[in-house]
Write a protein that binds this ligand. Structure first.
Ligand code: GGG
Length: 351
């Protein structure tokens, strides 16, 4: 019997509603596959901020440094500016634990209505690999001449050779392992004429070591159009922190709903814990109604099982998700009347 110690951060809004369903399903997988979990529940959130003046304790990272993984819901709630909550919790964890590869699968699932015409499950199945530690998410900058007509705000992007090369290597390795062996890079090298051509150069240089991987590069603007018109073209798509974030919302938008999209913030070297969360945010507009779709959180749990070295358990959770999406209860965002708990219980039963 393997036991895993998991730091659980439900966070804000519907994070508090979908995380328990993720745990329910992981417990079911544990019973079937001989795994046990020690869930260490942490109240770090906007509510915590309003009481304590910070999103997590000063020694927060030290408290979870030796856990096997982090299972997070969502961050952000009215009353705390979004940049304060994000930079107070999610970003320190991603950076402090060198979770530089944010892996976000985009798949058209059975039973999910695709907004694009004539697409069926199997037609769209790719992965967005987002650089997660630097790029446009930088705290270098500031405001000048505040309150005058010359007021300005400046923010630097940071693209280091170490940071760019390690995410490109991660993406090339992933593409090499997949049957299509195809990697697409997203930049904007005509307009952003220093950092983006640098990324393109490193992409080309890295590609020389992977002759079997077919590569292409697009400017982000036309790439978004291809996501909508030709999503079947893609296999692995790698982008900077901002572009990867945008593409990994657009992708699930093209395959039906962001509510079911999972995300793994990986420290591939396994020196630190990795973090698993749905792509969606805290959705304050539906919080408290018990109708949030828990599938993104549960799928993130399946990714966590794979990362913990339990691929069969992860596959069983994914298969149960597919069955329920195809013919089980649905939350209102997918046209049903089921509750968050109904969907969680149905998936847990199917594992
Ligand atoms: N579960 C993901 C979440 O809460 N996301 C909030 C958010 O705004 N994230 C921005 C980001 O991932 O960069």
């Amino acid at each position: 019997m393997k036991t895993f110690r998991i730091a659980v951060i439900p966070g804000d809004g519907i994070g508090k509603e979908v995380v328990p369903e993720g745990i329910r399903v992981l417990e079911a997988a544990g019973r079937k596959f001989g795994l046990t979990f020690q869930w260490d529940l942490l109240p770090w959130s906007c509510e915590y901020f309003l009481a304590e003046g910070r999103m997590m304790p000063e020694d927060g990272l030290d408290r979870i440094r030796h856990h096997d993984a982090i299972f997070l819901g969502a961050v952000g709630f009215p009353g705390v500016p979004d940049h304060v909550s994000l930079w107070g919790l999610l970003i320190p964890i991603r950076r402090g634990f060198q979770q530089y590869a944010n892996v976000r699968p985009v798949r058209l699932m059975p039973g999910v209505k695709c907004p694009l015409a004539d697409r069926k499950p199997g037609d769209i199945d790719f992965v967005v690999v987002r650089e997660n530690n630097e790029g446009e998410y930088s705290s270098i900058g500031g405001r000048l001449y505040e309150g005058t007509e010359f007021e300005m705000a400046v923010q630097q992007s940071v693209f280091t050779r170490h940071g760019v090369d390690r995410i490109l290597k991660y993406a090339f390795d992933m593409a090499q392992r997949r049957p299509k062996q195809h990697l697409t890079s997203a930049t904007k090298s005509n307009g952003i004429a220093i950092t983006m051509p640098y990324w393109d150069e490193r992409f080309k240089a890295m590609g020389a070591a992977y002759p079997e991987v077919r590569t292409d590069q697009y400017h982000i603007d036309i790439l978004t159009a291809h996501f909508v018109r030709n999503p079947h073209w893609f296999d692995v798509v790698v982008g900077s922190n901002l572009f990867g974030d945008i593409l990994s919302d657009l992708g699930p938008g093209c395959t039906g709903t962001i509510a079911i999209a999972p995300s793994a913030n990986l420290n591939p070297e396994r020196e630190f814990p990795s973090m698993f969360e749905p792509v969606h945010g805290s959705a304050p507009d539906i919080f408290g109604k018990g109708i949030a779709n828990p599938v993104g959180q549960i799928w993130a749990g399946a990714m966590m099982l794979e990362h913990l070295g339990c691929p069969e358990a992860g596959q069983a959770v994914l298969a149960a998700i597919e069955t329920v999406l195809a013919s089980g209860p649905r939350t209102p965002d997918m046209g049903g009347t089921a509750s968050t708990e109904d969907v969680g219980k149905a998936i847990a039963q199917g594992v």
